[in-house]
Design a binder for this molecule. Structure first.
Ligand SMILES: [Zn+2]
Length: 109
């Protein structure tokens, strides 16, 4: 095997190392499959396990929402500050997340 070149066992192509994502950047270790194959695998994994990813995203948002409810951008300063009526903000956020549920990839992203 040539230095700086690696063969992907999935597509059987010999590619430059830059075509393989890092597994551990500090140790300079690369993934086994090339970037194109990794991308295809992850995409395929998502379509086969869509509900798992959706549940995970909702669980994450559920944990973060209480924190978001407590803060809002204050018009005077443009900075984040405490909300006087957290319930109203919670309702507004819920309406937002319900409306955008189809495309819900991250209100809190
Ligand atoms: Zn490949």
């Amino acid at each position: 095997m040539l230095a700086g070149v690696k063969t992907c066992p999935r597509c059987r192509q010999e590619l430059p190392l830059a075509e393989f994502n890092f597994k551990n950047r500090a140790r300079g270790r690369r993934q086994v499959y090339c970037r194109a194959c990794s991308r295809a695998y992850i995409r395929d994994h998502y379509t086969r396990n869509r509900q798992y990813y959706i549940d995970k995203a909702f669980a994450r948002k559920g944990r973060e929402l209480p924190r978001l409810h407590e803060l809002v951008i204050l018009p005077e300063t443009g900075h984040m500050g405490p909300v006087e009526r957290p319930d109203e903000v919670a309702a507004a956020l819920l309406a937002l997340s319900t409306a955008g549920q189809a495309a819900a990839t991250g209100l809190a992203a």
